[in-house]
Design a binder for this molecule. Structure first.
Ligand code: GTP
Ligand code: 5AD
Ligand code: SF4
Length: 345
């Protein structure tokens, strides 16, 4: 499927290549589409994997085909000494691509250290350029910090810098053009993300989703004809080019899911391995790890479970009649692993 691959294939012939590692379930924002509730249950501190434990699991994953690692949260920059983990991961030749997704609040002071530790690429979530709106959408008044963070990242020399915007009807859908213009000004590729009914999105409704189709139509009415960029591979984002050459992306998880090419899985901060963003459960890797399983045994377990994978969560949601929030609040309260902020987006 890809050159030199030792990758395991799942039941739909999808290789295991990308691992998204959440390093904390905590977050310093409360975005409406992800953490709109007043209270959350946090993972117990003693269950959080140490960097050494994470690195051991990563070795097991790379031995069965993983070659891309993305660090996520909650908010990953809340994790103490994160550059130490990045340094360990960056030193592993099997990892061809090492990236991180952050909300940017703490990025200004950390951008240079993250780059120096060996991080290749960075993505910052930013949903509005308006300060009052930022506070409404994310509860905290942190727009200036995030803008300063993006600025610092653009100067730190990453291989790529992206800005991710979840588009919500009547909340920020009038900012498509300002966001593209902002991206140009800081040298970042902007990606518009359709609002998803993932666990934690308790306020989700189809009415609030602005589709890929609508986003493209609105941008074309301002900029003129939009051309697709070839070579999507297994990426969630489809890329497009404006007449002036500016590229941007759309992640159409809700209206045009891309499960058929999904080579991603997720590891929560406490070592639960999830095979799909919509999975209701996963494989606990912390237990065998702490009971002393060898790297080979862990690799075997991972390969066996992946070979049975048949997940296509977003596609299944597409077929759901009378679609509303996927996981009820009561279930989220019982199991924080169902929350998007625990699984890392
Ligand atoms: P690149 O490697 O830069 O292409 O990153 P990415 O697009 O995989 O990563 P990022 O964390 O920026 O993902 C952006 C958003 O895309 C996520 O927060 C999700 O909303 C969505 N997304 C990412 N992976 C998946 C996936 O496997 N399934 C679905 N349905 N959505 C996903
Ligand atoms: N819909 C789409 N994306 C989401 N994210 C979190 N919740 C949702 C949701 N309901 C992802 C986005 C955002 C990051 C913080 O997590 O990519 O930028
Ligand atoms: Fe992958 Fe599940 Fe997302 Fe589909 S919904 S792209 S299978 S994580």
């Amino acid at each position: 499927m890809h050159p030199g691959s030792m990758s395991t294939l799942d039941r739909f012939d999808r290789p295991l290549r990308s691992l998204r590692i959440s390093v904390t379930d905590r977050c310093n924002l409360r975005c409406q589409y992800c953490m709109p509730e007043a209270d959350y249950v946090w993972l117990p501190r003693e269950s959080i994997l140490t960097f050494e434990e994470t690195a051991t699991l990563v070795d097991a994953f790379t031995s069965v085909g993983v070659d891309r690692v993305r660090i996520t949260g909650g908010e990953p920059l809340l994790r103490r000494n994160l550059p130490e983990l990045l340094e360990q991961l960056a030193a592993k030749p099997a990892i061809a691509d090492l990236s991180l997704t952050t909300n940017g609040v703490l990025l200004r002071d950390q951008a240079a250290a993250l780059r120096a530790a060996g991080l290749h690429r960075i993505t910052v979530s930013l949903d509005t350029l308006n300060g009052d709106r930022f506070r409404e959408l994310a509860r905290f008044n942190e727009l200036p910090a995030v803008l300063a963070g993006i600025d610092a990242a653009s100067r730190a020399g990453f291989d790529s810098l992206k800005v991710d915007t979840v588009v919500l009807r009547h909340r920020n859908d009038d900012e498509l053009v300002p966001m593209i213009e902002y991206g140009k000004s800081v040298g970042a590729e902007v990606r518009f993300i359709e609002y998803m009914d993932v666990g934690g999105a308790t306020h989700w409704s189809m009415d609030a989703v602005v589709s890929r189709h609508e986003i493209l139509a609105r941008l074309a009415s301002v900029y003129g004809p939009i051309a697709p960029v070839e070579g999507r591979d297994s990426a969630p984002a489809e890329r497009f080019r404006l007449p002036d050459g500016t590229t941007f992306g759309i992640i159409a998880s809700t209206t045009e899911p891309f499960c058929a090419a999904c080579d991603r899985s997720r590891l929560t901060a406490d070592g639960l391995w999830l095979l799909c963003l919509y999975a209701r459960g996963g494989l606990d890797l912390r237990r065998p790890l702490r009971e002393g399983a060898t790297r080979g045994e862990l690799a075997q377990l991972i390969a066996t479970v992946w070979s049975m994978r048949a997940d296509r969560g977003a596609e299944e949601r597409l077929g759901a009649a009378a679609r509303e929030a996927f996981i009820p609040i009561a279930a989220l309260k019982r199991d924080a692993h169902l929350e998007m902020h625990t699984r890392g987006g």
